[in-house]
Design a binder for this molecule. Sequence first.
Ligand code: ADP
Length: 273
Amino acid sequence: MGEAVIELKDIKKDYGSHAVLKGVNMQVNKGDIYGLVGRNGAGKTTIFKMILGLSEITEGTVSIAGSRTKSELYANRNKVGFFVGAKYFNYLSARDNLKYFASVKGIPHRHAKEEIDRVLEIVGLQNVKKPVKTFSLGMGQRLGIANALLGNPEILILDEPTNGLDPQGIADVRNMIKRFREEYGMTVIVSSHILGELEHTADRFGIVNEGIVVKEITQDDLNEKKSVIEIEVDDLERARQLLGEGGVKITRELAEKSTLEDYYFRLVGGSTE
Ligand code: ADP
C-alpha cells in the first residue's frame, strides 16, 4: 500500500430517509490514477461531494493528505481541484469565467493571468474567445477541467469528464489525465459509468454499487484475472483434445475475455445487454 492521500472510513450519507451511501471505505494513494466506476445512481458523485465538503457527511470520516482533525481536513481541501458539475456565466468567455473562479479560489490577481493562460493551454481552449453558451459539450468539459486545474492542485477530482464526448474527445481527456500525473505529479480520481472507459487510464479502481465501494482493485489484479488466452479455432472439439493433451487446463474462461466490465458484472450482477 502506498501513502494514502484520500481515505474514507465508513462514510454514510442520507438524503432525508434515502440512504445514498451505506458505509463507503476507500483509499486513494499518492500518484494513483484512481477510477471510480459504477452505474448511474451508484453514488459516485455523492462520494466526491463528501470528500470535497460540498454536502454534509451523515456519518464516518474523510481524511485528505493525512488530515487527522476537522480543521486539518478543511485546510487540506485546498489541495484538491475538482470538476464535479459546474455552473458558468454563459455570456462570458472561458477566460472571463476562469478570472472569476481564480479570484474565488484566492489566486492573487498578479498571478491570475499567467495561471489562466496555463490551464487554457493545457485543455486546448487558449484561442477560443466566444461565450460559453455557444460551447459544444466537449468544450464545456474542457473548461471544467481547466477550472479544476487552477492553482495547480496536488489532487484532482474529475466527475465523469468524458460524459457525452465523442471518441476523439474521450481519447483527449484520457491523455490529459495521464499527463496530469506524469508532468505535474498529480493524484487523479476520475469517475465513469462506462466501465471500460477507464480500463487503460486508471491503475486502481473502486467499484461502486448501490452506495458501497464493493471492491478496490489494481490494474495488475485485473491483468492477473485476465490471464486468459483467446484462441480462435474451427474445430472446438479437436482444439480441446489437443490442448488437453498438452496439459493445458481448459476452463469456461477459455472463451471469455475478462475486462473491467466483465469483472464488474461478475461482482455486482447484471449485464451490458
Ligand atoms: P452517480 O454519481 O453514481 O450517478 P449519485 O451520487 O449522483 O450517483 O446519486 C446516488 C443516489 O443518490 C441516486 O439515487 C440519486 O438519486 C441520489 N441523490 C443524489 N443527490 C441527491 C439529493 N441532493 N437529494 C436526494 N437524493 C439524491
